[in-house]
Design a protein around this ligand. Structure first.
Ligand code: SF4
Length: 367
């Protein structure tokens, strides 16, 4: 039974130079054709799999970049296909300046309970480096609109360790965010992903990776956000009580999920696939009812791959990693425990504060 649904909307008004997701500008693609294709795929999947959806998340891309009419059609269509009475969470990713009060209140009316606002920074110069097309005041205005709509949970997404961003700049970003008191804050370390402009600039020597800066920014986030009452429930995620992301937690726990839309990943019964990352092709295949052709990069998750994923994802959460997943590597566990990077509580392994700063390396030792 599949309980978690992801819908991918690949449109963005502008492409950020660090972004590795499948996304593109509108170009000559008709928004409503994509929306109808997404709903058609969802109907098809509903017939194919036993769906009892508890969480839905619309990500991208920028779902809020869809016009009011198209977004309303998409949300109401999802509501008709999925029994929304049983939903525990319905989330959407939005960017500043891609919605007004009318669009935000329509999103709320359609049943969305959780909104993640991609602010990234409150500093104009950092936003410029990131190639974002909003200003700090746009972000503030967008947050106030969402707040006035009274969603159950509002999340602000931030990034740190950005070229040119000092520790003091990052501290200002954290303080400004905390002052708004969103129920949830995500704080991501900038990664230089292949096939991005930032990666090319890293290779050319214009940017450089700085693990010390990463560690300082990460520690500051932990200190400030925990002091402000947020629970650090996953390496990059902090929540007030009762506002943890149920949808993301399902990924970390290794639950099955269905991904609908171009470039979306799904994992059902240990079978993983990616929908074709080509919006035009995706629409054409759905129009011609050759839906089975949209699945690419198919693989079977064997026991070892599943175990590795559990270690990589669950160890980063405050729920910890079941000791069973590392039972063949206990010597390494004892070593990491004696180095004060891990501790065992109730047969679950957890990262210490020091371990959280070195999470990638701790995980690499356990795999
Ligand atoms: S808005 Fe988001 S999805 Fe779109 S390019 Fe920027 S980071 Fe990527």
């Amino acid at each position: 039974m599949v309980k978690h649904l992801y819908i991918h909307v690949p449109f963005c008004h502008r492409i950020c130079p660090y972004c590795s997701f499948y996304k593109h500008t509108f170009g000559d693609i008709n928004q409503s054709e994509l929306v109808e294709s997404l709903l058609k795929e969802l109907c098809y999947r509903k017939n194919e799999y036993d769906l009892a959806i508890e969480t839905v998340y619309l990500g991208g891309g920028t779902p809020s970049a869809l016009s009011h009419k198209n977004l309303e059609r998409l949300l109401s269509g999802i509501g008709e296909i999925v029994k929304t009475d049983d939903l525990k969470e319905w989330g959407i990713e939005v960017n500043p300046s891609t919605f007004n009060y009318n669009k935000a209140s329509m999103i709320k009316r359609q049943g969305v309970s959780r909104v993640s606002l991609g602010i990234q920074s409150w500093n104009q110069s950092t936003l410029k480096t990131l190639g974002r097309d909003h200003s700090p005041s746009d972000a503030k205005k967008s947050f106030e609109i969402l707040k006035s709509c009274q969603f159950e949970s509002l999340s602000i997404d931030l990034m740190f360790s950005i070229p040119g961003q000092s520790l003091a700049d990052w501290e200002d970003d954290l303080k400004e965010t905390i002052a708004l008191r969103p129920q949830h804050i995500s704080a991501y370390n900038l990664n230089y992903e292949e096939d991005t402009e930032f990666f090319d600039r890293l290779k050319k020597g214009e940017f450089f990776e700085d693990p010390e800066k990463d560690g300082d920014h990460f520690s500051l986030a932990m200190k400030e956000l925990i002091n402000a009452g947020y629970n650090h429930y996953e390496t990059s995620n902090y929540a007030l009580k009762g506002h943890q992301s149920k949808h993301n937690s399902s990924y970390w726990e290794g639950k099955d999920y269905l991904g609908v839309g171009p470039g979306a990943f799904s994992t059902v019964n240990r079978k993983r696939w990616r929908n074709v990352p080509d919006t035009k092709k995706y629409i054409d295949l759905l129009k011609s009812n050759t839906i089975n052709m949209i699945e690419t990069e198919k693989e079977i998750i064997n026991d070892d791959s599943y175990r590795i994923e559990r270690i990589a994802l669950q160890l980063r959460t405050s729920s910890g990693l079941n000791l069973d997943y590392v039972k063949n590597n206990l010597e390494k566990v004892y070593e990491l425990e004696s180095d004060k990077l891990l501790y065992n509580y109730d047969n679950k392994l957890h990262l210490t504060e020091k371990g959280k700063m070195l999470a990638d390396s701790v995980i690499a030792h356990l795999i």
